[in-house]
Each structure stands twice: as C-alpha cells, then as structure tokens.
Write a protein that binds this ligand. Structure first.
Ligand code: TYM
Length: 338
C-alpha cells in the first residue's frame, strides 16, 4: 500500500491513576508520574484522580476535595498537556462504579484475598477493613478496561493488581467474545520501586511518617535534610546492591531515574567518595527535578477556575468513551435494552 492510501493507524490508549490520599511522594513521581508526560506524544492518554479508591481509607472530606484539585494541578505541572490528554476525577464518571459492580461478579474471593496490598492495608487499618478495601482491585480493573486501554504505566507495587485486571478481562472475553482490550503494564526499568529513606527495605509511601519520604512539594532545605538523614550502611562503598546495600542502592536508583546517568556509570563516578557526597549529589538531582514542577504547581493552583474547567471538560469526554464500553458490557451480560 502506498503512503497515501494507508489508513491512519489508531493511536494506542494509556490509562493510569493516582490516589488523592496524601502528599505525592518522590516514589509516585519516579515510578509513575514522570513517565506519563513522556508517553503523551505517542498515545492517547487518560489520567485519573482516583478519589473513589481513596475513600477505602477514611478521608477528611474537605482535605480530599482540595487534594483532588491539587492532583489535577500536579498532573499538569508534571508536563501533561491538558489540551491533548484527559485529566479528570473518577467520581465524575459514574461508569467506573457501574462497571466495577459487574466485574465484581467475575472476580473470585480467593483472587482478592491473595492481593498483597489488601493484606498490608488491612493490617494498617485493622479498625476499618471494609468491603471497598477488599474489592479495590476490581474498581481498578474497571478504570482500565472502560477505556480499552493498551498500556498502563505504574510502579511495581501495582503489578499484581494489573495482572488481576488482565485475568478478569480474559475471563470476561472468554464468556462473551472480545469485549475488552487486555492491557499491558509499563513499569520503568529504574525506579519502579523507590524505597523509604528510613527503612530502605520498605516502599516509600505517603502514608508513612514524614521523614521517610520526599514530598513532591518539599522545598530544597527539606529535601537536603531528609536525604542527609537517609539510612545507608556501615560499609562505606558506593555500589548498587539492593540486597545488601538497600539504602545506597535506593539513592543510586533515584539519581539514575532523574537523569544522572546509568547506575554503573554512577558507581564509577563515586569510586573513593563517601556517603556525604552521594547524599548531597542525590539532593541536587531531586531539587533540580522538582523545582520546575513546584513552580508550575504554584502557578496552577492559584487558578482554581482553570483547573475546574480542565477536569469538567475531561470528565465529559471520558464519560462518553467509558459509556461506550459500559453499554456494550451491559448488553452482553443481558441487561434489558434502554
Ligand atoms: P497510588 O496512588 O498508590 O500510587 C500512584 C502511582 O505511584 C506508584 N508508586 C511508586 N512507584 C515507585 N516507587 C514507589 N515507592 C511508589 N509508590 C507509589 C504506583 O505504582 C502508582 O503507579 N491503585 C493505584 C491507583 C489506580 C490505578 C488505576 C493505577 C487506581 N486505578 C488504574 C493505574 C490504573 C494506586 O493506589 O496508586
């Protein structure tokens, strides 16, 4: 076929979501957010503020409302173009909850009981092990499958949820024909799991104490202080060895992910130097990466009307796309015609 007659290829779809449940961390940024803007030129992208997921843990309503708009601003400040991509709140598109209900009926209790995040969260919130916490991965599957998503950029902690999503899609398609696109994960090679600064054998998490993570909105002095106090080891050599040197390896991963070069090149560069130097250079990298994002965030958050306009317009377009899939699913399972 000549160039002139070849049908334009349909661009593939990306979907990802972040919970507005606290300050975003450097882990969220490196594992997920910074990849979103990089992928936007080659895909149709849909980025969601997953507020329905957030209420599986108790939230203060005023804080949650504020954080939803802040997360929309952070998406834009990270470089995602709101003119070309969709940035919206999950609760504004009711198809998410509706598809989740249907998919609940195609997911087994055994599968959900095996989810490590459920086990961890129910241990952390033993007074509130609600059914939403249990069926959380089904809502996530609905988010993804509603948009016939091809690729889901996430950190490695979401891999198990993504695999369940694929299993649900394959199961549903097996019964009703090809209804859903079966999505692939996009997990970065470096930085898919940024570790806590105080216990580098644990994931950096926004629900842990302040000194364990770097917030996307931390100022330069705070970033320097937190990195200076980051737990390392007593071996005094700068090598990438996550098993035996998790703290040092974490700092090398952070730097490499933020563009300081390959990890092997960093190891050579730091030969004979001490941890003080490593921490100070890591702080330089983090500050340089976050400063432009923070400046843009401050500018955007001052214009609430603009942000509201973006999430409203995106929700309308997302709703249209989502309803196309939802109607098809409803018909397949046998709900009456409308
Ligand atoms: P959430 O809000 O916990 O995290 C958002 C994204 O950040 C990644 N991430 C990390 N990456 C590297 N190192 C870390 N320490 C780190 N901590 C978090 C997460 O992997 C995630 O990509 N269930 C999801 C939200 C969600 C979703 C979806 C994602 C709901 N629906 C559909 C993709 C597609 C979550 O709780 O992410």
């Amino acid at each position: 076929m000549s160039e002139m007659t070849r049908a334009p290829e349909k661009r593939k779809t990306i979907f990802s979501g972040i919970q507005p449940s606290g300050t975003l961390t450097l882990g969220n940024y490196i594992g997920a957010l910074r990849n979103f803007a990089r992928l936007q030129d080659d895909y149709d992208c849909i980025f969601c503020v997953v507020d329905e997921h957030a209420i599986t843990v108790r939230q203060n309503p005023a804080d949650l409302r504020r954080r939803c708009l802040e997360l929309a601003a952070i998406y834009i400040a990270s470089g995602i173009d709101p003119e070309k991509n969709l940035i919206y709140c999950q609760s504004h598109v009711s198809a998410h909850a509706e598809l989740a209900w249907i998919l609940n009926c195609f997911t087994y209790m055994g599968e959900l009981s095996r989810m490590t995040q459920f086990k961890a969260k129910s241990a952390a919130h033993a007074d509130n092990i609600n059914a939403g916490l249990f069926t959380y991965p089904v809502l996530m599957a609905a988010d993804i499958l509603l948009y016939q998503t091809d690729l889901v950029p996430v950190g490695v902690d979401q891999k198990q949820h993504l695999e369940l999503c694929r299993d649900i899609a394959i199961r549903f398609n097996g019964v009703y024909g090809d209804v859903f696109t079966v999505p692939e994960g996009y997990i970065p090679k470096v930085g898919a799991k940024i570790m806590s600064l105080q216990d580098p054998t644990r994931k950096m998490s926004k629900s842990d104490p302040e000194e364990t993570f770097i917030s996307l909105l931390d100022g330069p002095d705070t970033i320097r202080r937190k990195l200076k106090r980051a737990v390392t080891d007593s071996d005094a050599s700068i090598r990438f060895d996550p098993e035996n040197k998790p703290g040092v390896s974490n700092l090398l991963s952070i730097m490499s992910a933020l563009g300081a070069g390959e990890i092997s090149a960093l190891e050579t560069e730091f030969e004979g130097l001490g941890y003080g130097e490593l921490k100070s250079r890591a702080a330089d990298c983090v500050i340089a990466a976050l400063e432009p994002l923070q400046a843009e965030f401050r500018r955007l958050i001052a214009d609430k009307a603009y942000l509201q306009g973006v999430i409203n317009a995106s929700a309308e377009k997302a709703g249209y796309l989502a309803n196309k899939t939802l109607r098809k699913v409803q018909k397949k399972v046998g709900f009456a015609a409308r």
